[in-house]
Design a protein. Structure first.
Length: 448
């Protein structure tokens, strides 16, 4: 187990990409073909994908369209042009951005309350027009792969009234951590993830370096600049003598020496988080055990990174992290998860998990420590991609500047004592960098 020291360290400045990556139409055509193949393998006659503003990743992955203000329903049957049901406000928007050929149908009950509902037929009629009929096996995709159906019940009822059969949850086809179509990213999607991670991490880096005594949460949050990119979660900034939950958005609490601070910034494809204590480098340990917890937490993070490589079982990574953790704290959630357009696609990291990590997986180092006693707040989250030699070559061909930035991030981590497989591509501009003294951020953690 490495020794952790806290030392002054000049951080390299890593550029944020100049442009938002755009996925070419061929990516969506190939995704549609792969989903069609999975539909047939699953014995389904039709796939329906439900989306709303909060749960739009599956539909966005397939079509590049995610509804604003409203809900939407994608209907896909073999040998037919798919149908997309949208409300009043998304009709022209979907027509402008959807990357797949589809029949757009207005279903006004997806519209906001009080808007016109006089121009569309009922849902069963629209389902029949899209090709559903008696005896067809339908898979419904919501946002959670489980046995129960997680889309609005009135949609389930409409499907059953048309087919005479209860639909079944088919979210596993897209979201299963081992076999789901979204569990591995294409090179073009990796470019998007790297952009999101660079932008989110730059915001958190500026947040850390911008902290000062008396600053309010909302003042500090002004460093979290999205440039208009879609968010995967609400920005979070918290200051206080204790932080019961890091999920709160910024309000009026202010920086005081000795308080804790936490910020998380998630853009579609990436998220960065840092949490620690508002102290300077002359801080000495007190009864809450902040530095002791931070030290062992960082050793766990070090072990987690060292265990990552293509082909390793996620259960083995879990075991390495769990074996390194001492008895003073517990994992709040899984020690790591898959990240995609949604902040949490799923997690293979569980005790005994037999899921093998694959090239193209985007992973979030999301190890959240919960002390068994006291209220110490420590956290560090960054995103990465696993890439075998073939994928690394493809990324170098597609976007040489991306691989230059990735290699810069790797060099910084290795300088600080991390041990990384060649398969690990860090995407955050502050990957693995922990700031123990948030009022003196030139100090970082190093492993010896």
């Amino acid at each position: 187990m490495p020794t952790v020291t806290f030392v002054p360290h000049r951080l390299a400045l890593i550029r944020v990409p100049d442009e938002v990556p755009v996925l070419p139409p061929k990516v969506f055509t190939e995704r549609y073909k792969r989903l069609e193949a999975r539909r047939q393998q699953a014995g389904l006659d039709a796939i329906l994908i439900y989306a709303d503003r909060e749960h739009a990743a599956n539909l966005g992955w397939l079509t590049d369209f995610t509804p604003r203000f409203e809900e939407a329903l994608w209907i896909q049957l073999g040998g037919q042009t798919p149908t997309l049901l949208v409300g009043n406000e998304c009709l022209s928007f979907a027509r402008a951005v959807c990357k797949l050929e589809a029949n757009l149908e207005l279903y006004q009950d997806f519209s906001l309350p009080g808007q016109d509902r006089s121009r569309s037929t009922d849902l069963p009629g629209l389902l029949r027009k899209a090709g559903l009929g008696k005896g067809l096996e339908v898979g419904l995709v919501g946002w959670k792969p489980m046995q129960a159906l997680d889309v609005p019940h009135w949609i389930v009822e409409a499907v059953e009234s048309v087919t005479g059969l209860a639909p079944r949850n088919a979210a596993d086809l897209l979201m299963h951590p081992a076999t789901g179509l979204r569990a591995r990213l294409e090179p073009e999607q990796i470019r998007w993830a790297e952009y999101a991670s660079a932008l989110s991490s730059e915001g958190i880096r500026n947040w850390v370096w911008g902290l000062y005594e008396g600053q309010s949460e909302w003042e500090a949050a002004q460093h979290l600049v999205s440039c208009g990119l879609e968010l995967s979660c609400h920005p979070m900034v918290n200051f206080g003598p204790q932080i019961p939950s890091g999920l709160k958005s910024p309000r009026n609490h202010r920086v005081q020496p000795g308080f804790y601070a936490q910020a998380a910034f998630g853009l579609v494809g990436g998220l960065t988080c840092r949490a620690g204590r508002l102290v300077r480098a002359d801080y000495r340990e007190d009864a809450d055990g902040y530095l002791a917890l931070a030290t062992n937490y960082l050793q766990v993070v070090h072990a987690w990174y060292a265990a990552l490589e293509v082909g390793v079982l996620a259960g083995e990574v879990f075991a390495k992290a769990h074996q390194t953790k001492n008895s003073t704290w517990d994992f709040a959630l899984n020690p790591g998860h898959l990240i995609h357009m949604d902040e949490w696609l799923g997690s293979p990291f569980a005790e005994g998990s037999g899921v093998a990590l694959q090239s193209g997986m985007a992973l979030q180092q999301d190890i959240i420590p919960v002390p068994r006693h006291g209220h110490t707040v420590v956290n560090m989250e960054d995103g990465l991609v696993l890439a075998d030699a073939d994928l690394r070559r493809e990324l170098s061909r597609l976007d040489p500047a991306l691989m230059e930035r990735v290699n810069q991030c790797r060099q910084v981590m290795e300088q600080l004592g991390y041990q990384l497989s060649e398969d690990v591509l860090p995407l955050s501009n502050i990957q693995g960098i922990f700031f123990p003294f948030l009022l003196q951020p030139e100090y970082v953690a190093r492993f010896d």
